[in-house]
Structure formats: C-alpha cells, structure tokens
Design a protein around this ligand. Structure first.
Ligand code: GRF
Length: 226
C-alpha cells in the first residue's frame, strides 16, 4: 500500500544519504591460519553494514584450514600460501604481496594468522594492518597467551586489537576488552571466555578504522572513545 511504499522510499533515501556521508567502503583482506571465528565475525559485520568495508580476499598459510571453506562459502577468493613451498620467508611474503596487490587493500585484518610479518611486508601497508591478540597487551605476547595468563595467576585477562608493527604482538593499541580469570580456569576455559570478547572487540575496532575514526599519535591511538 501507499504507506509501505512511502516508508520504503524514505528508508532508501536516508540509507543513500548515510552511505554518501560515510564514504566509500574500505577494501579489506583477511589473513587467517585456523578455524576463522574472528574472520567470520568480521564477515558478518561487513554483511550487516556495521563495518564499512568489502572483504576482497582471505589469505592463509595453512592448506586445509577451516577458514578456507568459510571464505569460499561467502564467495570470497582464497589465497593459499604454504610457507613450506617457498625457499625463504622473503619469497613467501613476496608471493602474498603479489597475490593481494590487485585488491589494493585499505586494511589487512590478521585474524589468527600465526606468522610474524617482516618489516618489509609491513612497510607496504603502513598503519593499515591490524591484529587481534588474546591477552591484555603488553602482557603475554606470543603463543599460548591464555595459558601464560593462567600460569601467571592474573585475575583479569582479555584481548587486544592493535596496529601491527614489526615486533610481535606490539604496536599501538586500538581497543581492549577484559574478562575475569577464575581459580579453576585452564588455558582452554580462559581462551573460550576471551574468544567471546574477541569477536565484538575486533568488529568495533575494524568499524572505527573503516569509518576513518582512528588516528595514531606515537603509541597512542585516538578516536576510540565516543
Ligand atoms: C584467536 O584467539 C586470536 O586472538 C588468536 O588466534 C585465535 C584465532 O581464532 N590470534 P579464530 O581462528 O579467529 O577462531
């Protein structure tokens, strides 16, 4: 009827104006090595418009990783770069650089990508690579961050989304979320609790980035507070 039609026209108009002022969608490439639950959260948020981006490709270093099938089901091209098939780290990274070049990425989201990128690689995408780490950085860098937190006896743990610099799990912090650590926690139970915070935290950080809200001032990222 007329009312429904009018409502739809108004809705389309408001949406177009909103999209116009929001700016063009960022071109996102996701790097992942495993099950891809963070990649999935990013994809969902791109689909529902929370993140102003298009996912152009997913890169993985692990043939057969679960994230591959996920990306395929979204219709996203997958680039598999198996480190073992390259003579050097440099050749491995060059392959990835060449493979993603056509997508002209505005942002690379590392989502459980288990390789350290060289400073040369990072220099191609300065301040455009972001990562999620399952700890409240600068504590507990590296592998088994949740196990490190349990072993250290900390009472609060969490996750960090940060810009990537050549040092592992370092770089300006965009957002962090905290969870309690309980006396009977194991690495796995804590990891599961942290993971529930990882998804919304990564989505929010990527959304802020893609809406051009973030600036970097030395080690400090500004623009994350309402
Ligand atoms: C997450 O805990 C992430 O913080 C870490 O690796 C894990 C990846 O999980 N870097 P998923 O593949 O996103 O499910």
């Amino acid at each position: 009827n007329d009312v429904t039609f009018f409502t739809q026209v108004v809705f389309c108009f408001v949406k177009t104006i909103h999209e116009f002022f929001r700016g063009s969608k960022k071109r996102m490439v996701i790097f992942a090595s495993g099950r891809g639950s963070n990649a999935e959260a990013l994809h969902e948020a791109v689909e529902n418009g929370t993140i102003n981006a298009e996912i152009k490709a997913l890169v993985t270093d692990i043939p057969g990783a679960a994230c591959i099938d996920k990306a395929k089901s979204w219709g996203v091209p997958v680039i598999v770069a198996d480190r073992k098939s390259f003579a050097s780290k440099q050749a491995f990274e060059q392959y990835i650089l060449d493979a993603i070049a056509p997508y002209a990425a505005d942002v690379i989201c590392l989502a459980g990508f288990m390789r350290l990128l060289s400073s040369d690689f990072i220099s191609h995408y300065e301040h455009k690579i972001i990562n999620i780490h399952p700890a409240l950085l600068p504590s507990f860098r590296g592998l088994h961050a949740q196990g490190q937190a349990v072993a250290a006896g900390v009472k609060i743990a969490g996750c960090t989304v940060h810009f990537v610099v050549p040092d592992m799990d370092a770089g300006p912090i965009i957002l962090q979320s905290a969870v309690p650590v309980y006396e009977d926690d194991t690495e796995d139970t804590l990891a599961a609790r942290i993971l529930t915070k990882e998804h919304p935290t990564y989505v929010r950080a990527a959304a802020l980035f893609c809406d051009d809200k973030l600036t970097i001032d030395g080690n400090v990222v500004k623009g994350t507070q309402e």
